[in-house]
Design a protein around this ligand. Structure first.
Ligand code: MG
Length: 351
């Protein structure tokens, strides 16, 4: 099964602000009357009706719907809600693999012997999550991770969708190429240029031709198009954050001192990220001043595991937001929304 929380950040906000429930709501960067930079992180289904999507520039969303509710990203709160929801899901799992703040695979190898009982389990999990946290989710049920993921997409929102192994080809064949998990826009364009329009076309494509064009990735793609995925539900991975802090021997207002500390901390954090074979999406810089006030700034970036991405984002957050006058006592760099994918999702990462 794949459990995916529906419009997660906004759903979390709805819990503590019931008044936004029937309004188009967007969690993301400050739209600043249409001048804001940065993107929409999540929006609810009411906002989606107007064509607003996660990942869209916040300024575009503002142009479409200036009177929507715009909320800032409260990552600590969403992580807390994620731990609660995932904790419930985990209780039902034989094997459990969390893949992002709001998604997890569940294997029911021992408990479940057929599809009917798997669906019964999915209902129980969904109900328990909803009862214990108040949050909606969708569950895809199938014979492997790829199909569970695709089923989940098809079941959204607030659904349970079963795709049996024997139904996989039929289920997949009419879908757009970039609906197949792991195929991005560029690959889609190449495939279309070769004459393949749908997942069904790719399933029946000439394997040699795919290999010539894409190497082993072509073979994996074709396997996916046929609903084949042998990857395991991998346990021992928990979403958390990785951070380092440094307290200065003497409080400082010196920009060069602070930036050197940020580079040093970024380097330490990246070492740990890479050792754990993880990647991150959110960078947070914390500044504690000599007067003990604290300043926390976060930014979401494209998923990465690279030093340059971390150091440049952290430097930018410091440069934009640090006080010019207050002396800094302590500085911290932290990454969160950890995942296993490196950069953009690649098909090889799950096949
Ligand atoms: Mg989700």
């Amino acid at each position: 099964m794949l459990i995916d929380m529906d419009y997660f950040f906004v759903a979390c906000e709805e819990l503590r602000r019931p008044e936004i429930k029937d309004k188009p709501t967007i969690v993301g960067f400050d739209p600043k009357q249409g001048e804001g930079r940065g993107v929409v992180m999540t929006c609810n289904y009411l906002a989606r009706k107007f064509g607003i999507r996660s990942g869209m520039p916040i300024s575009t969303a503002y142009r479409i719907k200036p009177d929507a509710v715009y909320l800032p990203i409260d990552y600590d709160y969403y992580e807390k809600m994620s731990r609660e929801a995932m904790g419930v899901a985990k209780r039902y799992a034989d094997r459990f693999e969390q893949v992002s703040i709001d998604e997890a695979y569940i294997e029911l190898s021992r408990k479940s012997i057929d599809y009917d009982s798997a669906v019964e389990y999915a209902k129980k999990i969904k109900e328990s999550i909803n009862k214990e946290t108040g949050l909606p989710c969708t569950i895809g049920v199938s014979s492997n991770k790829l199909l569970a993921k695709m089923a989940c997409e098809a079941g959204k929102p607030d659904g349970i969708k079963l795709v049996k192994e024997e139904e996989a080809k039929e289920f997949l064949k009419g879908k757009d190429l970039d609906d197949l998990y792991g195929i991005g826009r560029k690959t889609k364009e190449k495939l279309e240029a070769m004459g393949y329009k749908t997942v069904g076309d790719l399933a029946k494509a000439n394997t040699m031709e795919l290999m010539e064009k894409f190497g082993s990735y072509g073979v994996e793609m074709q396997k996916s198009a046929n609903g084949i995925d042998e990857s395991k539900v991998e346990e021992n991975y928990e979403v958390k954050s990785i951070g380092r802090e440094k307290t200065f021997e003497r409080d400082t207002t010196e920009r060069t001192v602070a930036l050197a500390a940020i580079r040093e901390l970024s380097n330490e954090v990246i070492k740990e990220v890479q050792k754990a074979e993880l990647s991150f999406k959110v960078v947070t810089v914390k500044m504690r001043y000599a007067d003990f006030t604290e300043h926390l700034k976060s930014r979401s970036i494209r998923r990465s595991d690279q030093y340059d991405d971390l150091a440049s984002t952290a430097t930018d957050l410091y440069s934009k937001y640090a006080s010019r006058v207050k002396r800094i006592r302590k500085i911290g760099v932290r990454v969160s929304d950890l995942g296993k994918e490196k950069g953009q999702k690649k098909i090889n990462s799950f096949v």
